[in-house]
Ligand binder design. Sequence first.
Ligand SMILES: [Zn+2]
Length: 301
Amino acid sequence: MLKRPLTKPTKLILLGFLDIRMDLPWENKQYFLNLKKGYEGEVLFNSLTEKLSCECYILNGLRFEFNNTTFQIDSMIAVQQTLYMNEVKNFVGDYYYKDGRFYSMNGDERKDPLVQMERSSSQLRQLLRSLGFTIKVEPYVVHVNPEFTLYQAPLGTPIIFPTQVHRYINNLNMITSKLNRNHEKLADKLISLHVEEDPYAKLPPYTYKGLKKGTTCAVCDSFAISVHGKHCVCGDCGHVESVESAVLRSVWELKMLFPNLKITTNIVYDWCRIVDNRKRISRILGKHFKIVGERRWIYYE
Ligand SMILES: [Zn+2]
């Protein structure tokens, strides 16, 4: 049973908005691409775990603050006796272990997922003990990308390779498991302890003025949108969306990027650039938001 579904991290959503509206500085671009790749790996793994039919609780994307440190766990699957903790990786290319260190093929030492897994599983065990739960924690690094190869991994290390992921899931499915009230308490407690990361903390500086304006396609992010009556059509992928939904999506994007900005007809008109009629914008805003103020000073909440 899916107790906590996977959700797209807000900072990834924000970086995605910024990426199409400005030139991200190199480091932010790399960070964004890594985050995106990691999330795609989690989506893939989630598509497999959500089909588990054994009696279990699935908890995705939890982040804890404990013992003055922060640790994040991509996926947890609780069965009767064991809590499977999965550190999901979407690496592409060739890597190797040498003298206990993790390298990419060009010889650059990389952050070892096993070290990361050890650290978070140790934190998780301590957290569970402090809460009075005795369930056994079994951690794995799960590589989901079929383009990933790892050489010289010591035999018996808790790594699930792309060719083993299906078997891993099948084996979980074969576990005879009966969950009780205590398992539910454990799952609910862990969910309640989740601490959201400040999504604005790692963003590059940006201003309203500095961002490219215009409504983008909901499917392919293209700016090539044209309005035909009540609908807008993407010139690149052909996706059709109602003007109303496109405007609302743009307002949501604007509110996410600038949480303190007052939403007015003029701002939305300037931001969307697809509707050439301010009255049409006011109508859409008036239908979906609360109108605050009067006449020239109207804004929407
Ligand atoms: Zn499109």
